[in-house]
Write a protein that binds this ligand. Sequence first.
Ligand SMILES: C[S@@+](CC[C@H](N)C(=O)[O-])C[C@H]1O[C@@H](n2cnc3c(N)ncnc32)[C@H](O)[C@@H]1O
Length: 487
Amino acid sequence: MIASLENRKRLGQVFTPEKVASALVRWAIRRETDQLLDPSCGDGRFLALHRTSTGIELDPLNVALARERACRATVYGEEFFQWASKTSCRFEAAAGNPPFIRYQHFSGETRQLALKLAANLGVKINGLASSWASFLVVTAGLLKQGGRMAFVVPAEIGHAPYASPVVSFLCSRFTRVRIVAIRENIFAPLSEAAWLLFAEEFGGSTKFIELSLFDKFSAFTWTDKPTKKIAISSWQHEGSRLRKFLLPNYALSTYQSIARRSGVSRFGEIAHAGIGYVSGANDFFHLAPSEAKHLGISKDFLRFAIRRSRQLPAERVDRQAVKRWISQDEPMMLLYLNNSKKLPREVLAYLNSSKGQEVRRGYKCRHRDPWYEIPDVRVPDAFMSYMSGKKPSLVRNDEGCVCTNSVHAVFRKNGISVRAIQQAWSHPLVDLSCELEGHPLGGGMLKLEPGEASNVLIPINNPKVTASETEILKEATAEMRGWRNYA
Ligand SMILES: C[S@@+](CC[C@H](N)C(=O)[O-])C[C@H]1O[C@@H](n2cnc3c(N)ncnc32)[C@H](O)[C@@H]1O
């Protein structure tokens, strides 16, 4: 019985390698008589490792597999939060791999109930949280006093804003909380990196998060000393980003010391990075020069646009770049009709073409009036690539181009010139800061959301940074690139 790929994705069905499952269960179980809970047991691979275990699973195919594989276990074919809301069972141990279902798909009644149960335990999980956050919190609430839990968690526990209340909750309810960061992807070849979470002695509390770092899964044992013991206050001071503590202590303190120097600003203090416009139908609203000519659409209604970051030259968008797009006949002229009193016949013909009839029924178009006027089309001072291999680029806009949401639109503040910002952007401090304030996206890529971009440190006024500090910044950048598997 094989579930469809679509179903597997919808339910976050990624199964844990046996060696990982057995390490988690071995740690969580202290006595033969301990009762083990796996709240999303899949095919029962965690349950089969202990004689008295209980599993919950939504997918009937997996329920059947789990019953077959773990024949001594009790397996409920139910939705976990429904089951949790009515059960009176309590457990000495919990272990598993909760589904990582992004908020767009973790919706409806299930999410409402999950958030409600988490709120009953004092955790406010925000609407952008992936499903694993509620699974962990609600599972903790089903432990007996002194109980333990060991789970696979996505590496985004190290940076996602919604993970912060979950980690705070765990520290307020367990005597020890340890997160094990593993550089190698334990789910290879899938791209979402996973770490491990161990929480011990439910009912206690701790002021520290323990963080252990490993290159490969096989290298770790729970009894090893934690690589680091991080005070919750230090973690909060770093924006609740455990990711920053992947750095050796001396490198993090060098970064923190440079951050306090005069001449160093946050990017958000000197510029604003926000998303570009969303047309709702890029292929319809962007024309190639030959197409515009053929349709007879005047250039008064067209704007040159950046549609993807690979279109950006290294330093600036200038006349040459635009000429190149024209000569390559690239579809990057935006049909910009905002505030036009009267649309010419040629434009109306295009809007009323069969393609136009179809496009206006799309989600974005049917929710705006008139459907062809695209909001937020502005001419930024610069563009920033926000998904990058090595480092986000910052490219000056010398030709009055606009941009879609495939890159960030950057507007300078306080009269600072774009050239000055660009010059500072090339400093090794920025390289490291992008790594620490941004986050890995899988496949070696780095992503910088607008809020993350605004936190990037930028040496705008020649702060003093010594040669040895510069070396440390460079080494630390290489270290962080290694953590996101950038080759
Ligand atoms: C990441 S898989 C883990 C399975 C297993 N624990 C393992 O690691 O091999 C998550 C499992 O949770 C199930 N699931 C998803 N949403 C659920 C829900 N709301 N209640 C119960 N099970 C759910 C999926 O069908 C899937 O089998």
